[in-house]
Ligand binder design. Structure first.
Ligand SMILES: [Fe+2]
Length: 242
């Protein structure tokens, strides 16, 4: 039985295996849609069928594959748009009356509260949303992977510190809900499983992480990403000279 005051509905949409999430607060029957994109009408229809009112839109970051249904969602609802102030400045697009957040803010959704974590690395103002025991991770953390750091605004050193903070500050039983479905089996995972089998969580030193992210990873792994032992990650690292 689900005793949490909320449910998370995940819809895998579009050609890039994006996840669009609907966070539903039971008591108020309100919902937040996370990263409205692609066939976003499917999410809007789901809300209508369940008689849920979409009152909020949360953006993990501003990349096209996460926001291309934003206008349609804004037009179809009265929802309030939320993103980090830093991401809005990086994006530079005209937004009408968004709520601009900073890391540590809380967004109320009926009886549920959503903590906003600033998680730079994929983009300067990337956010993860932490609700109950669940982490909506955007392109910061995938199941056995992490977001690329070589696009505009990406920074592997920031990503190293972001992932370290997630690893050390959130409970091991946190459920990770990624922004793309790159997993071989279950599309979600625990943080404990990620600490064990996600190579991006295996590094002690920023320089090693940076080398692995920027020079090694894409030459040695393809989606779907499977479980990798820490020993294998460090062996792979050692095979590439500095
Ligand atoms: Fe992205």
């Amino acid at each position: 039985m689900n005793s949490a005051p909320y449910s998370i509905h995940a819809l895998e949409l579009g050609p890039m295996e994006n996840f669009v999430y609907l966070l539903h607060d039971h008591a108020s029957n309100r919902a937040a849609i996370v990263d409205p994109a692609w066939e976003v009408e499917e999410v809007l229809q789901l809300a209508t069928q369940k008689n849920i009112k979409i009152t909020d839109i949360l953006l993990t970051h501003s990349h096209y594959d996460h926001i291309n249904g934003l206008e349609q969602t804004l037009n179809a609802t009265d929802a309030q748009l939320h993103l980090l102030d830093e991401e809005a400045r990086f994006w530079g697009t005209e937004l009408s009356k968004p709520s601009l957040h900073h890391g540590g803010d809380t967004i109320r959704l009926g009886d549920s509260s959503i903590q906003v974590l600033h998680t730079p690395g994929h983009t300067p103002g990337s956010a993860c949303f932490y609700i109950g025991n669940d982490l909506i991770a955007g392109d910061t953390l995938f199941v056995f992977g992490c977001g690329r750091c070589d696009l505009a605004g990406g920074d592997p050193e920031q990503m190293f510190h972001t992932l370290n903070k997630i690893r050390t500050s959130l409970p091991a039983n946190t459920i990770v809900h990624p922004g793309h479905n790159y997993a071989p089996q279950s599309p979600i995972s625990t943080l404990r499983e990620q600490c064990e089998g996600n190579p991006f969580l295996h590094f002690e030193h920023c320089a090693d992480f940076k080398k692995y992210r920027m020079q090694i990873h894409d030459r040695t792994r393809n989606t779907p990403y499977g479980w990798v032992s820490k020993a294998d990650t460090l062996t792979t690292l050692a095979q590439f000279p500095d």
